[in-house]
Design a protein around this ligand. Structure first.
Ligand code: ATP
Ligand code: MG
Length: 200
């Protein structure tokens, strides 16, 4: 059965921190594929100020297009209502499971998001659907979120102190984000004038 990494995120915009984390986990865990799943309406972030799902989806496709291990899924964007990880994992099982065996899902999460896992909707069900990989992230302490033994693995990935929040504020301030995001993403941000309008 396929070994499938799952990288959920707002990806507003996707940046090299996301890509390095996904690549490192793919290598270390011998994954066949990593599926990037842009969130629908982010339930833990205010709806204002988040770019449209389509813009975030396009940027994620552009950023991942050259890597044969990477795919992008619309499951969270196409499902109505807030995004819950438990629904993401159920949808991906439907896509990747075989007739009589289920796919191994590895949910990749940075230290900040891992720390919030207990606040996730249906966090009990979530751990039966995937193995969790917590990755280091500069500025955050990577700690075991207290899930049952064996359900989380913590690993160190090359440190990139990049965040989407910082990318957005840099664009707004006229500061460069070249080399923080793939060139294709940078060009898309410029073309669509993302993060410069007062509404975004
Ligand atoms: P924002 O600042 O808008 O919250 P972000 O940079 O945190 O954006 P998200 O889309 O929220 O990006 O993150 C998706 C996932 O990627 C989360 O699990 C997050 O912890 C992880 N992640 C983001 N940036 C990094 C990084 N530089 N290194 C390791 N993991 C990261
Ligand atoms: Mg974040």
């Amino acid at each position: 059965m396929p070994r499938v990494g799952v990288m959920g995120g707002t990806f507003d915009p996707i940046h090299h921190g996301h890509l390095v984390a996904a690549s490192e986990v793919a290598h270390r865990f011998e994954l066949d594929v990593v599926v990037f799943v842009p969130t629908g309406q982010p339930w833990q972030k205010s709806a204002d100020g988040v770019s449209s799902a389509e813009d975030r989806y396009v940027m994620t496709v552009l950023a991942t297009a050259s890597d044969p291990r990477f795919k992008v899924s619309r499951v969270d964007i196409d499902r109505s209502g807030p995004t819950y990880t438990v629904d993401t994992l159920r949808d991906l099982h439907r896509i990747f499971d075989g007739e009589d065996a289920s796919a191994d899902l590895f949910f990749i999460t940075g230290a900040d998001a891992l720390a919030n896992i207990a606040t996730w909707h249906d966090s009990g069900d979530v751990i039966s659907l995937a193995h969790f990989i917590g990755v280091t992230r500069p500025g955050h302490v990577l700690t075991d979120p207290g899930l049952p033994q064996g359900s989380v693995t913590l690993i160190e990935v090359p440190a990139l102190a990049i965040s989407s929040t910082d990318c957005r504020s840099r664009v707004r301030a006229g500061e460069p984000i070249r080399y923080m995001v793939p060139d294709s993403v940078l060009e898309y941000i410029e073309k669509q004038a993302l993060y410069t309008r007062t509404s975004s």
